[in-house]
Design a protein around this ligand. Sequence first.
Ligand SMILES: NC(=O)C1=CN([C@@H]2O[C@H](COP(=O)(O)OP(=O)(O)OC[C@H]3O[C@@H](n4cnc5c(N)ncnc54)[C@H](O)[C@@H]3O)[C@@H](O)[C@H]2O)[C@@H](O)CC1
Ligand SMILES: Nc1ncnc2c1ncn2[C@@H]1O[C@H](COP(=O)(O)OP(=O)(O)O)[C@@H](O)[C@H]1O
Ligand SMILES: [K+]
Length: 499
Amino acid sequence: MLNLLTSTQIRQADSHTISKDQISSIDLMETAAVAFTDIFTNQYPQKSTSISIYCGTGNNGGDGLAIARQLKQRGYSAISVKIARFTDKASPEFDANLKRLAEVDVAPVEIKNDNFEGENAVVVIDALLGTGLSRPVEGYYRALIEFLNKIPAKIVSVDIPSGFCCEDHIDPKAAVIHSDLTITFQLPKINFFFPESGAAINRFEIADIGLDEEFLAGQDSHFKLIRREDVQKILRPRKQFSHKGTFGHGLIVAGSDQTMGAALLCAEACMQTGAGLTTACIPPQGLAGLNARIPEIMAIIRERSFTFTDLEKYNAIAAGPGLGYSEETVKLIKDMVLKSQVPLVIDADALNMLSQRLEWLKKLPDYSILTPHMKEFDRLFGQHNTWWGRVETAKKKAAENQLIIVLKNRYTFIVMPDGKVCINPTGSPSMSTGGMGDVLTGMIVSFLAQGYEPKDAAILGTYIHGYCGENYPGYICPPSALVKNIPIKISEIMGENWL
Ligand SMILES: NC(=O)C1=CN([C@@H]2O[C@H](COP(=O)(O)OP(=O)(O)OC[C@H]3O[C@@H](n4cnc5c(N)ncnc54)[C@H](O)[C@@H]3O)[C@@H](O)[C@H]2O)[C@@H](O)CC1
Ligand SMILES: Nc1ncnc2c1ncn2[C@@H]1O[C@H](COP(=O)(O)OP(=O)(O)O)[C@@H](O)[C@H]1O
Ligand SMILES: [K+]
């Protein structure tokens, strides 16, 4: 997994690379400017595009000046450079690149107060402030950021949107550039994955600047980004001499009168993800629908006051999707919490029951997996004002109770009992439609049934769920369509290894 680092750690990686590779800071800046320009010119190939580059006087501004020179040398003809000269301080690399700007025919304009001239460029490159941000942005910088956010130009930020805080709580009132594209150096920054960054980070791309990989991987960090190769390493091919018993039996306890679809989606996801057998425990009204829609699934009919007498025959159990919240369902889930010998996947209504009975947290089998969305999470662990706060609480609760918490969002956080937070990069807004979470639960329980370790099942389920959704060729991805794609998408990820 990719180790995600704080700004301080990235700065240390800069210094380490500079001393280890015996390159100068100005050379590293040049590499960064070239890497940025390569991506930028791919996005905006039209050389007549009018581009205004706003530079601060630190190293982010230094990058901006080097990028201006690069663009001009590559034939971009309508380049203007604006320097926000709000203090007398300037970094040596900024000064050096300002001198080098004379190599190309660009005369920078200095901005010294908030008397900004109109801006008509089609693209603005934002090189005002980078990871050196040490306090909230106020005064002229704030005014300039607010001014740029109002103009119609597309904004491409260098490294981070100016004013962006790379880790810890995000202040919604902070002045920050609203970028259309951020071209970030070496690693995505931790807060790129937090929903509050949505206004500042629409989309990001990574520019490799050659920092020492071993040093980056060796830094202490809780945050890891899941990559395709991690998932490929975990997935096992299905063996030749196998049979349905090889791939486990998943049980789905779900469904009620008005939400039977959740049970069907969850059970089908379990089957399509590869469990050898899937049984859905549903009320009698659901049986005809289940048999008609998914003949592969077996059913246990849940009459009033039903309890399990044979829980041990299942390799993995999920509870909650569309289950309903009644005295009987509470009794059923309590019984499972107390009796199950295997980790449970707890979702939806079962999570809501848990939030009223927090004493169950300690009683759940170790490595059980909770899959809350934001509202379910807050119902469980209290109201939170920030996602950073939510992740901190999740780390604490996962450790205290030896649980895995899959906190769902655009980039789902999988919080492990050891405090590690694995961030899932896959998924798309086409997946924001009811029933999507039920599919995720079915996929996770399926991987558990097949014998994957709980932490691997959570990673595989979440990554592949998002992968299926982001590759769906449509404006929305209906969960019932996603489910049908799962087997093809798993073999696509596995490549030649799928059999
Ligand atoms: N050699 C290196 O270290 C490299 C640095 N790079 C660039 O350097 C950037 C970091 O540069 P710096 O550390 O110079 O920092 P910045 O360019 O982000 O900021 C520099 C100045 O802004 C001041 N400042 C901080 N917060 C402020 C605020 N709220 N309001 C007004 N002024 C504020 C600081 O005191 C500092 O003088 C990265 O984001 C990246 O763009 C890249 O060129 C890669 C190589
Ligand atoms: N914009 C998005 N980008 C990526 N993934 C998304 C997006 N919207 C929803 N999802 C994914 O879809 C699932 C929705 O789960 P949930 O809210 O529990 O849905 P439901 O309760 O309707 O089944 C989560 O796994 C979430 O990560
Ligand atoms: K910037």
